[in-house]
Design a protein around this ligand. Structure first.
Ligand SMILES: [Fe+2]
Ligand SMILES: [Fe+2]
Length: 186
């Protein structure tokens, strides 16, 4: 069965109301786990697509190339967040003593993660166009069909994953290091 994009539980707090450490936990436990799971299934499906499908649709080899590219990019990106940026954000949130030096430490990696989000988004948009919004041809083999279903689920979850990071997590993290009211020049 293809993965379904997880629904937020109706009782959970909106992500914007969460402090940075709880927001990091939410992103890791939901989106990072889901992305690894769905990407791994996509790789299995891609490897199992019958040669007849590859011969029949000239776009399919390009789809597989772009799937491999977005998968590599996402896995490396999540590893960078988990190994470098997120632990620093936890430290700053825990210390309660953030200052301009913290700002200098976290700004470049946040900008780097934002650029990577842009690249992932471009690859998914390319795949969306190439596949006519992730629609399998009516003759597609089950693995081919499942790959596109998984890709659609991955694209939908990634949109929300990136939105939580770009629009909620990163602004909150920068506000920790630079609380409102403090004079940036001072
Ligand atoms: Fe992430
Ligand atoms: Fe990210």
């Amino acid at each position: 069965m293809p993965h379904k994009v997880p629904e937020p539980s109706p009782t959970s707090q909106p992500p914007g109301a969460l402090p940075v450490p709880a927001l990091l936990d939410l992103i890791l436990d939901s989106h990072h786990v889901f992305a690894r799971d769905v990407l791994s299934r996509m790789q299995e499906c891609a490897a199992a697509i019958p040669p007849a499908d590859l011969a029949r649709d000239e776009r399919l080899p390009r789809v597989l190339e772009a799937v491999a590219a977005v998968s590599d990019e996402m896995l490396t990106h999540m590893h960078r967040e988990e190994a470098m940026l997120f632990p620093v954000l936890r430290q700053i949130a825990a210390s309660g003593e953030a200052d301009a030096a913290d700002m200098e430490i976290i700004t470049p990696p946040i900008e780097c993660m934002q650029r990577e989000h842009g690249l992932i988004d471009e690859l998914l948009e390319y795949l969306r166009l190439l596949t006519g919004d992730f629609q399998a041809p009516e003759w597609a083999a089950p693995e081919h069909r499942e790959l596109l279903d998984e890709l659609a689920a991955f694209a939908a979850d990634t949109a929300e994953h990136v939105r939580k990071e770009n629009e909620i997590l990163f602004p909150k993290a920068l506000a920790l290091a630079w609380p409102a009211g403090r004079d940036p020049a001072g």
